[in-house]
Design a protein around this ligand. Structure first.
Ligand SMILES: *Cc1c(COP(=O)(O)O)cnc(C)c1O
Ligand code: SF4
Length: 345
């Protein structure tokens, strides 16, 4: 680009179009909206339009980065992004079959920070924190405090990974692994590189979706330097989540290869054919291929997001008719005690 001053007779830079200095991702994280009441105020919603639950917010606090709030429509209590994050009174309803640990993860948590459930790959709980609190999250009751190893405390998990040569992939999970600082992630990645049978590092994250500035130079530096093959899996549920800022961030991520996306099928958010088809097409336009479309895990407080199984199957049949095969996500459910996710349809 030609600097303004090199153009004879150029007008002074208009402050309206001059590039804004973007706050760092850490600053955006600190500055997140942390109450349902503030969220409603920002969106110009009247208290009688939304039934908030203080109890739900106490169990799982509200947290939404402001950039994500900026993608919501004002004065619309049914906005599909808002419905994912607002502490609704519906969460207080008890429903049979919904519990605090629907996937029986406690049974596969042999060491702090390590979940080993499926052959060939193991998952590390790299951070208990997330940038956004999704009300349907199946780990909303997860004992993160017991799974937060510091540097010294990672050694048992690293020894476990080194001792099992059938493991070829490690998954950084959480919480959101990208809520951890890059120094820590790079340190852990370097420890994994020293384990010869590990080939791949997968990163499951929603953070860049809600704070696209997370894809910065420090992250790209260690992602591109490692000998491990990196697979990024994003978590986008609705096409409105794909902002221009996210598209720019994904452009930067292309340096490490194609990203995948997994979504959760959520009543009132994305349980219609147009929304799901748009999501796949807009994600692909930003360089992201579909991976899973999950049926809701039966976690306490999330029953109002459930979509009946027959409806989920019907939606995926509809996608198959409308989209090329590579844009149809795999409809899946996670069942406690199985050796892999269970594919449906
Ligand atoms: C979902 C999950 C994985 C990854 O499964 P893929 O089908 O390979 O995506 C690995 N470990 C645990 C504990 C999981 O929940
Ligand atoms: S970002 Fe992921 S782990 Fe965090 S609350 Fe949302 S769904 Fe759960």
């Amino acid at each position: 680009m030609i600097p303004q001053t090199d153009r004879p007779g150029a007008d002074p830079i208009d402050p309206q179009i001059a590039p804004q200095i973007e706050p760092s991702w850490q600053a955006q994280l600190r500055d997140a909206v942390r109450s349902g009441a503030e969220l409603c105020q920002l969106l110009e919603l009247r208290p009688q339009q939304v039934a908030l639950s203080a109890q739900a917010a106490q169990q799982f606090p509200v947290q939404v980065p402001r950039a994500f709030v900026g993608l919501m429509a004002k004065r619309d209590p049914a906005d599909p992004l808002l419905l994912q994050v607002l502490n609704s009174a519906l969460e207080d309803r008890h429903q049979d079959g919904y519990g605090p640990d629907p996937l029986d993860e406690a049974a596969y948590n042999p060491l702090p920070g390590l979940l080993h459930k499926y052959p060939g790959r193991a998952l590390l709980i790299v951070s208990g924190k997330c940038a956004i609190h999704c009300r349907y999250c199946f780990r909303r009751h997860f004992p993160y405090a017991a799974n937060n190893p510091g540097r010294q405390n990672w050694q048992p998990a690293l020894d476990y990974l080194a001792a099992d040569s059938s493991l070829h992939e490690v998954i950084f999970s959480g919480g959101d692994p990208l809520s951890a600082p890059d120094t820590q992630l790079r340190w852990l990645c370097e420890r994994l590189e020293q384990i010869p049978h590990l080939q791949r590092l997968r990163i499951h994250t929603r953070l860049p979706v809600v704070i696209p500035q997370r894809i910065d130079a420090a992250l790209l530096a260690w992602l591109t330097a490692t000998r491990l093959q990196i697979q990024m899996v994003l978590h986008i549920n609705h096409p409105n989540e794909i902002s221009p800022a996210l598209a720019r961030a994904l452009q930067r991520l292309r340096a490490i290869g194609p990203c995948l996306n997994q979504s959760v099928l959520l009543a009132g958010v994305n349980d219609d054919l147009d929304t799901l088809a748009n999501l796949q097409e807009r994600a692909y336009a930003a360089g992201v291929l579909p991976y899973y479309l999950f049926c809701l895990d039966r976690v306490q407080g999330a029953a109002h997001y459930a979509v009946p199984r027959h409806r989920a199957l019907e939606l995926v049949r509809g996608l198959r008719q409308r989209l090329p095969g590579y844009l149809v996500p795999r409809l899946a459910i996670e069942e406690a005690g199985q050796q892999s996710k269970t594919l449906l349809g």
